[in-house]
Design a protein around this ligand. Structure first.
Ligand code: ATP
Length: 288
C-alpha cells in the first residue's frame, strides 16, 4: 500500500505544486495516472519512489517512508523514469551488477522478456535504440518482482507490436500483492490494462476510481449528432461524430473512453466531478 499524508511539494518558494494531498493506493491494482503536461505526475511518482522528498507531509510505501530510502524499501520498488540513463555495460553485465539488489529477481523470466523483444544479452546497452533501451528496462523491472512498479511513459518509443507485448507482459507479471503505477499520455496503451484511474490537475486529484466503478456510474457512447444537454453529462465533436458521457441508469457496460473522461473532467465538469470520491475502497483487480 502507498499512502500520502498531507503531502506538500514545491520546487521553489513561490511554486507550491502539491498542497496537503492525501492519497491511498492499494496493492492488487494497476493504476493509470493521467494529467496534462505539468500537472505533477512525474513529481508525484518521484516522491513515491524516493527520488524527490516532500517539502512537508509523508509518503509511505508499505509503511516505510520513501524519503529515507531504506534497504527494505529499495529492494521492493522499481521505478522506470521517462528518460533512462543506462551504464556502459552489456545486458548480461547489467544483470550481474543490478539483479543482486532485488532478492526476487528471476533470470529465466527476464530471458523470456529479452527473447520476446528480440534483444540479445550480449548487446551493449548504449548501442541500443531508445525503444530497445526501454524494452530492456521494462523487462528487467518486471523480472525484479518488486511489490511496487512505477513506469513513467513506458510506451514512449515502443513500436506497435512492442506495445501489445508490453501490455501482455504487465498482465502476465501482475500478482495480487503487486501495485503498478503507469503514468502516460498514451491512453490507448492503457486500454484493457489498468484497473484504476487517477487524473491529476495542478497538483490536485480530479478523479481516483476503479475502472469498474466508473463504468457502473457512466456510459460512454457516440452519437451521429449532438445530443440535448439534459441527456448527457459531457459531449464533444470529433471526426467520427459526437462522443458523449451520460449517467448509467440501465446497468449497461460500455467501453471506457479515458480521453473523453479526461477532457470532461478538465473542463471543470460540475456534474461529473462530485461523482467520484478521492481515496475510494477499490476491490482487488481480477485478471480476465
Ligand atoms: N526540476 C524542476 N524545477 C522547477 N520546476 C519543476 C522541475 N520539475 C518540474 N517542475 C515543474 O513542476 C510542475 C510539474 O512538473 P511534472 O514534471 O511533475 O509534470 P508532469 O505531469 O509529469 O508533466 P509531463 O506530462 O509534461 O511530463 C511543472 O510546472 C514543471 O514546470
Amino acid at each position: 500500500m502507498i499512502q500520502l499524508n498531507n503531502f506538500c511539494y514545491r520546487y521553489s518558494r513561490n511554486q507550491e505544486l502539491f498542497r496537503g494531498l492525501n492519497l491511498t493506493l492499494q496493492s492488487g491494482q494497476i493504476y493509470g495516472l493521467l494529467g496534462k503536461n505539468g500537472a505533477g505526475k512525474s513529481t508525484l511518482i518521484k516522491n513515491i519512489g524516493g527520488l524527490l522528498f516532500p517539502t512537508t507531509g509523508q509518503v509511505q510505501v508499505f509503511g516505510q517512508e520513501s524519503r529515507l530510502r531504506q534497504v527494505n524499501f529499495l529492494k521492493d520498488i522499481f521505478f522506470i523514469p521517462e528518460e533512462c540513463y543506462l551504464p556502459n555495460l552489456t545486458v548480461k553485465e547489467f544483470i550481474q551488477v543490478y539483479a543482486p539488489f532485488y532478492p526476487n529477481f528471476d533470470l529465466t523470466q527476464y530471458q523470456s522478456y529479452l527473447d520476446l523483444f528480440g534483444i540479445a544479452p550480449s548487446r551493449k546497452l548504449r548501442s541500443l535504440s531508445y525503444g530497445q533501451k526501454k524494452k530492456t528496462l521494462i523487462g528487467f523491472a518486471l523480472a525484479t518482482n518488486t511489490r511496487v512498479l512505477i513506469l513513467d511513459e513506458p510506451t514512449n518509443g515502443l513500436d506497435i507490436p512492442a506495445k501489445g507485448i508490453f501490455r501482455n507482459m504487465i498482465k502476465d507479471a501482475f500478482k495480487p500483492d503487486r501495485l503498478v503505477i503507469i503514468s502516460s499520455h498514451q491512453v490507448r496503451d492503457l486500454d484493457e490494462l489498468i484497473s484504476s484511474l487517477i487524473i491529476l490537475d495542478q497538483g490536485k486529484v480530479l478523479l481516483h476510481a476503479a475502472k469498474d466503478e466508473i463504468l457502473q456510474r457512466l456510459i460512454f457512447g457516440i452519437s451521429p449528432a449532438s445530443l440535448p444537454e439534459t441527456a448527457v453529462l459531457y459531449q464533444e465533436k470529433s471526426p467520427a461524430g459526437w462522443p458523449y458521457i451520460a449517467k448509467n441508469t440501465s446497468g449497461q457496460k460500455t467501453y471506457l473512453d479515458m480521453e473523453l473522461l479526461f477532457n470532461a473532467l478538465l473542463e471543470n465538469n460540475a456534474a461529473l466531478q462530485p461523482m467520484f470520491t478521492t481515496n475510494p475502497k477499490i476491490p482487488a483487480y481480477e485478471l480476465s
